[in-house]
Design a binder for this molecule. Structure first.
Ligand code: THU
Length: 162
């Protein structure tokens, strides 16, 4: 028997003011776009903004539904609309923020498992790491160099034998 350990490093900033001007603008935009979320059930408004490799900026928000499982997270809504621009358009950086109407919004958002899986496959499909900027409406900011770091031992297309 052997033991394996998975760790990864990420950057932690005390506030948005410590970011570069590009990253700051992207996170500000993610915070602002939370206002466009459709989240009447959870009242947890999520905004995601992508900077593509060609410099274009695209935005997404969570879209809920009275039939709860039908809802989609901001990150996957954004990935779908990005892919529709051009099937392999690569994302350089994605900023994600949330506004919790019933609680605090001062800790970095933690993308759900489905979104981690989708983000990682998007990286593989476009052969471009997606840098993540994670925050709330205030407080600390995490920067993670590539989304796949959030999904150790991931399942992917290479596991499907053709
Ligand atoms: N949600 C997102 O859109 N992204 C995340 O990273 C976490 C959760 C949404 C799903 C649901 O509409 C609401 O937040 C509460 O879970």
């Amino acid at each position: 028997m052997t033991t394996s350990t998975v760790t990864f490093d990420f950057e932690v900033f005390d506030s948005i003011d410590q970011l570069s001007s590009d990253d700051k603008a992207l996170l500000e935009s993610a915070r602002t776009v939370t206002q466009k979320a459709y989240a009447p059930y959870s009242e947890f408004l999520v905004g995601a903004v992508a900077k593509l490799v060609d410099g274009k900026i695209l935005k997404g928000t969570n879209q809920e539904n009275a039939s709860y499982p039908v809802g989609i997270c901001a990150e996957r809504a954004l990935l779908a609309s990005t892919a529709m621009l051009d099937s392999n358009i690569a994302i350089q950086t994605m900023a994600i923020a949330y506004h919790n109407l019933n609680g605090d919004s001062d800790k970095p958002v933690s993308p759900c498992g489905m979104c981690r899986q989708s983000l990682h496959e998007y990286e593989e499909r476009t052969k471009q790491p997606i840098r993540l900027i994670l925050s709330g409406m205030s407080g600390k900011v995490y920067i993670i160099e590539r989304a796949g770091l959030l999904l150790p031992l991931s399942f992917g297309s290479n596991n499907l034998i053709k």
